[in-house]
Write a protein that binds this ligand. Structure first.
Ligand code: ZN
Length: 348
């Protein structure tokens, strides 16, 4: 009986699940057209900037502004995508991992067992929801840097509560985000960070327990944003990036306009460096996700999400969200791009 129409968490700008009135289609197509135009304009701008860069023999002719970042010649970072894919498979194999379930507890132990020796903190509380009270636990792993400030990378590990008896296992939605963060931890562990501190957050209770509203969604993120506002952490956050549904073999990351434009652009620049830009920003629109409580408090945010999961997003919040739809290459594309974005942020 349960179909995902009432549990789809976000407002996808394009494509639109029918029925879609004509006025809405026009409203949605317009920003896409503008987005495409902007993309072309951006590409031209980049070319113009590159050609305007002074040659070494005449540096005084057109001096580089002091705020301009030097060309980045550092080697591109690479995640171990096979390992990240294995994590996704193992996480998915637990089955439904909704708030309050036994599988959820198993997954908490799985995550923390992969963070042994790391600086790990909990943000645990009880959420009062329309379906009752649930224990919620955000898991935070901190990797200190030399610069004053924090880069937060965040992804949810819970699965959809209303689909708990439907066979929904959330390989992409919940699985991929959990796994990519575990792989980021591997990449950060044991290395001296010559940059900002990086905090990885496995958020809980991202999914609505009934229908997505401001009060029935992102339970963990809302609690954490409030807590970090009170203790002053929010002011130290230079950038916050959410990973969600990033394993789709047909990877197509939307430009979520509920984010800081400069950070969205920086992610695109990072993708360009690796030659992955064709997987980013073909479409755009406002999407609600774990970043919203931080975004609303003025934190520079980017939600890295592919909400075009199967034709017309048909696999989203269905029992068809399974491992066979995913690809290690997609984890690699997002993984490498975000690590490079962190590197670019460190230079700022
Ligand atoms: Zn979801």
């Amino acid at each position: 009986m349960k179909r995902p129409t009432t549990t789809i968490k976000i407002y996808q700008a394009f494509p639109c699940v029918p029925p879609c009135p004509l006025w809405l289609k026009i409203c949605l197509l317009l920003p896409l057209t503008i987005a495409l135009a902007n993309t072309v304009a951006c590409a031209k701008g980049t070319d113009a900037t590159a050609s305007a860069t002074p040659k070494s023999e005449s540096p005084a002719a057109t001096p580089v502004p002091p705020e301009a970042a030097p060309p980045d010649s550092a080697p591109l970072p690479h995640i171990d995508s096979k390992r990240a894919f294995l994590y996704t498979r193992e996480v998915t194999a637990f089955g439904p991992r909704y708030m309050g379930s036994e599988n959820h507890k198993k997954l908490e132990r799985y995550i923390t067992s992969h963070l042994q020796g790391d600086q790990v903190e909990d943000d645990a509380f009880t959420a009062d929801t329309v379906e009752g009270k649930f224990p919620v636990r955000n898991i935070i792993a901190k990797f200190p840097g030399t610069k004053d400030g924090i880069i937060v990378v965040l992804g949810h590990y819970d699965t959809v509560y209303p689909l708990r008896n439907s066979g929904f296992v959330g390989a992409n939605d919940g699985g991929s985000s959990t796994a990519i963060l575990l792989e980021y931890a591997n990449q950060l562990r044991g290395k001296k960070r010559d940059g900002y501190s990086v905090w990885l957050v496995w958020t809980d209770g991202e999914e609505a327990v009934k229908t997505w509203t401001d009060t029935d969604s992102v339970y963990g993120a809302r609690h954490l944003a409030e807590k970090w506002e009170k203790d002053g952490t929010l002011k130290k956050i230079k950038a916050l990036m959410v990973m969600d549904m990033i394993g789709d073999a047909d990877l197509d990351i939307q430009r979520n306009t509920k984010g800081a434009p400069w950070l969205l652009d920086l992610i695109y620049t990072a993708a360009e460096r690796a030659g992955y830009q064709s997987h980013f920003y073909a479409g755009q629109g406002p999407i609600e996700d774990d970043h919203i409580p931080f975004f609303n408090r003025g934190v520079p945010c980017a939600d890295v999400i592919d909400l075009d999961y199967g034709y017309n997003n048909v696999f989203h919040h269905t029992p068809q969200d399974t491992m066979d739809k995913l690809s290690p290459k997609s984890l690699e594309i997002v993984g490498d791009t975000i690590l490079e974005t962190i590197h670019l942020l460190d230079q700022r």
